[in-house]
Ligand binder design. Structure first.
Ligand code: 13P
Length: 238
């Protein structure tokens, strides 16, 4: 199971270092065998001797250059970062990233062998427009994306469920994930208001390979509880 924390624009560098250090201790103490990812803010990127996969929330598709306000491959390589989140809805909708720009970023970091967590998800009006509109919208988010890339993980995050406390029903998550699995065999995460109270039932769904957690992961103990649930679920399956 894959359990990922997107810390977004939260926690300082010192807080992020401490979060990752303490979380690493937890994974060792509990002999956790799940794949755990943490995406700290850009200014909190650092090298960590840990089995946690620490990734970047964003970077520009270039080694370096004149791209004011961005970081490039060299800045990730400095800290040994080989994982990146691409296509998050906050970058699509707040920062205005287009599918074309997202696809270029994907190709660049793919060509450098990065593990990519690629996010897709629809706004509420698309969900309300019915299943055909929903699938058409989501399909457009696969444009220019090599879905057979072996280091790809996809995260389905409905925009209306992010940070709102709202989630699709378990039946809706399962049926949508099953439909998305026809487009790519990459592991498929669910994200959007995942918290301690619903993480286990979401992760127990057949077509869910893990979760991408925002706000609830800011409480390290909550994130650890979700990781424990993932471990329990895998043990129950064996
Ligand atoms: P929340 O868990 O706060 O809804 O955020 C989800 C998310 O955007 C993770 O990338």
């Amino acid at each position: 199971m894959i359990v990922a924390a997107n810390l977004k624009t939260n926690l300082t560098r010192a807080q992020s270092d401490s979060y990752i250090k303490e979380l690493g201790k937890f994974l060792d103490q509990k002999s956790i065998t799940q794949d755990v990812f943490v995406f700290p803010a850009t200014s909190s990127l650092n090298s960590h001797a840990t089995k946690i996969n620490v990734g970047a929330q964003n970077a520009y598709p270039a080694e370096c250059g004149a791209f004011t306000g961005e970081i490039g491959l060299v800045h990730l390589s400095e800290f040994g970062i080989k994982t990146i989140l691409i296509g998050h809805s906050e970058r699509r909708h707040i920062l205005g990233e287009t599918q074309d720009e997202i696809a270029k970023k994907y190709e660049f970091y793919k060509s450098h062998g990065f593990q990519i967590i690629y996010c897709i998800g629809e706004p509420l009006e698309v969900r309300q427009a019915g299943n055909a509109a929903l699938m058409e919208y989501l399909s457009a988010q696969y444009d220019g994306i090599d879905t057979s890339y072996e280091k790809l993980i996809i995260a389905y995050e409905p925009v209306w469920a992010i940070g709102t406390g709202l989630t699709p029903t378990l039946e809706d998550i399962e049926s949508l994930h099953a439909a998305l699995k026809e487009k790519s065999t990459a592991p498929l995460l669910y994200g959007g208001s995942v918290k301690v109270s619903n993480a286990k039932e979401v992760m127990a769904l057949r077509s869910v390979d893990g979760v991408l957690v925002g706000s609830a992961a800011l409480y390290r103990e909550h994130f650890e509880t979700m990781i424990s649930y993932a471990q329990e679920l895998e043990q129950e399956k064996q």
